[in-house]
Write a protein that binds this ligand. Sequence first.
Ligand code: GLU
Length: 313
Amino acid sequence: MSVTRLAPSPTGALHLGNARTFLVNWLLARQNGWRVILRIEDIDGPRIKPHADRQAIEDLRWLGLDWDEGPIYQTARMPLYAEALQRLMASGHAYCCTCTRKEVELAASAPHAEDGAAIYPGRCRGRFADAADARARTGRTPAIRFMVPDLDMTIHDNFHGAYGCNPERDLGDFVIAKADGTPSYQLAVVVDDADAGVQHVVRGDDLLDSTPRQLLLYKALGWEDRIPQYWHLPLVVGKDGRRLAKRHGDTRIAHYRDAGVTCGRLLALLARWCGVESGDAISLDELLRCFDITRLPRERIVFTHEDDAWLSA
Ligand code: GLU
């Protein structure tokens, strides 16, 4: 049986945008008989909001989505990430880096990745023997970076199609553990997906450029045979073309629910965003029957005031 996961980050409430991604993930799973794991990605320290995990679970349940295993919390799995980190250090795939964000900005005088982040120029590559050496010579506790190759990669995404990049030119060496020892999203997600035998990763296409990073981690850890299939979906954006956020008003599922919007009504909007003509309301069962991934819009979905008014009408 294939395995997939719903992986909310409890950094805020579920809104219409991430609800749609989870819905598509769930529909694909239930149509194809995949096992669903619920994983709470709660290691992103300061961005995690208390109780947002429970809120996400409540929101998913209210929409009618279910899962076969979990919730699994990443914070309960720290030793596994530490072990992977150690292996990457020992095999020479990762190194200590004491650069501050400011230094990276300054050193990366020209190139910036598509998302505007400075591309790390490799300043600490080969500089320190280990963390103790880094600490002794700089007085700083190092972060750990993964060393990316200068290599043209093509990823075959089931929904997006081919995605090409050269990790050194386009991404740079990326952090896999912060100075305080917290593993990064990139590392944790690979360790968890590999461990759980996840074969289908369905997520927003804002994470497309994480995929080459994650593939490199699978390879470096010797897990080539566990690389999943990817389905990157276009995001829901506001009228300004930016990803749905607070500036577009309150689009939280909980907000609509509290205002008396029914689940059927909310699903009807999400269904429309999935290429299903749904009328005023639709049940999850009916949506499961009608959903067809090949009809999912290829372009970004724009959430408008009319959508908001329609939900509450
Ligand atoms: N936790 C991430 C999110 O909520 C998803 C990460 C992933 O699917 O790899 O966007």
